[in-house]
Design a protein around this ligand. Structure first.
Ligand code: DAH
Length: 352
């Protein structure tokens, strides 16, 4: 073999290697080509093994021709390796791609319960007049729920407000009995005993009564109580405050009125009515054709109650009011069944 035929064979080897590399479809295939062509027992070495037959001066020439062939094969291998890697990555990206056009699963969004929302709105309105919210217990003493509010043991109002009694302690006196409060009014006594005038508080919360449950009566329900005690507090202040409340809650055009009422803990006592929110006063089944709806009871705090709260009725006067939060919420959101508030139907929370 002469130099020229070495050259021919080297070029042929290079061409074969390059085309094999171009069609190799895996790193393993490239490894096989590499060792088959360039390895210790590879074709290039095999070919160069024959240079012993050449003259001493021709040998380096062939060696010099072989180097670019090796280099060309090496760089083709390297390039193809990189190419295969990016093809593999490309394939993975395609295979694992998320379909971003799919609509997402809707998330459950929390919202305030209509009762909580209503409580917050009532508190916001009275808050503008300086009233602050204080909590008061649901398990209450007989004394605070009734006695201190001027409802003695044999008072008929107790029949209307019968409730669930908590097992009394061994040998407890009647006034030590515990019960589930029938209204938020005991919060008045607590507020008076815990602080001193001027007092402006709201006591919201859950109440209980022995009640035949229907669309407008629950044995569990919610009230919002208000109490103001100060020097010179009058019925006119009460009226003005309740008007402002009614207008903020049910519209500035809303008609309002006081009707005489009776509660043992206020004197005088009133029922506070607003123009029917359904018929706007024309008369409809919702207002029993009167055009009016009663939304709360109120009055001037009875001197006996002030005294039970530790306050001197000669110096201070007060007014109080109590409303059914459920009823306010029902009017506000046109809810027709009070039982819906506690039925735990999640759709109820979506309406706000
Ligand atoms: N506690 C009364 C009830 O449950 C509501 C009430 C009436 C509260 C008059 C008051 C008030 O503070 O002054 O029916």
């Amino acid at each position: 073999m002469d130099v020229a035929s070495f050259d021919t064979q080297l070029q042929a080897l290079r061409a074969r290697a390059i085309s094999a590399i171009a069609t190799a479809d895996s790193p393993a295939a490239l490894d096989a080509i590499e060792s088959g062509m360039l390895g210790r027992k590879g074709e290039l070495r095999g070919l160069l093994g024959g240079i012993g037959a050449l003259s001493a001066e021709d040998r380096p020439k062939v060696g010099a021709m072989a180097n670019p062939v090796r280099e060309a094969i090496e760089s083709a291998l390297a390039e193809r390796r990189v190419g295969l890697e990016s093809e593999a990555l490309e394939a993975r990206l395609t295979a694992e791609a998320e379909d971003m056009t799919l609509p997402g699963r809707p998330r459950w969004r929390g919202s305030l319960h209509p009762l909580r929302e209503t409580e917050a709105e009532i508190a916001r309105i009275f808050g503008q007049f300086g009233f602050v919210v204080v909590e008061s217990p649901e398990v209450e003493s007989d004394e605070l729920n009734f006695g201190a509010l001027n409802i003695p043991a044999d008072h008929p109002a107790r029949d209307l407000w019968d409730t669930i009694y908590v097992q009394p302690a061994e040998g407890a006196e009647r006034d030590d009995r515990l019960l589930l409060r029938t209204h938020t009014s005991p919060g008045q006594i607590r507020a008076m005993r815990d602080s001193s005038p001027p007092i402006r508080v709201l006591t919201p919360g859950r109440c209980y009564r022995y009640e035949a449950v229907d669309a407008s009566h629950g044995f569990e329900f919610f009230q919002m109580e208000g109490l103001m005690v100060d020097e010179g507090t009058s019925m006119a202040h009460l009226r003005g405050l309740l008007d402002s409340f009614a207008h903020a809650m049910f519209g500035a055009h809303r008609a309002t009125r006081f009707r005489p009422g009776y509660y043992p803990f206020t004197e005088p006592s009133v029922a506070f009515d607003i123009g029917c929110v359904v018929c706007e006063g024309a008369g409809c089944p919702a207002c029993k054709r009167t055009g009016w709806m009663t939304i709360l009871g109120a009055g001037m705090v009875h001197p006996v109650v002030l005294r039970n709260g530790g306050i001197d009725p000669e110096r201070y006067q007060g007014f109080a009011f109590g409303m059914g939060t459920d009823r306010i919420a029902m009017l506000r959101y046109a809810i027709t069944d009070i039982r819906a508030f506690l039925a735990n139907d999640m759709r109820f929370l979506e309406r706000l």
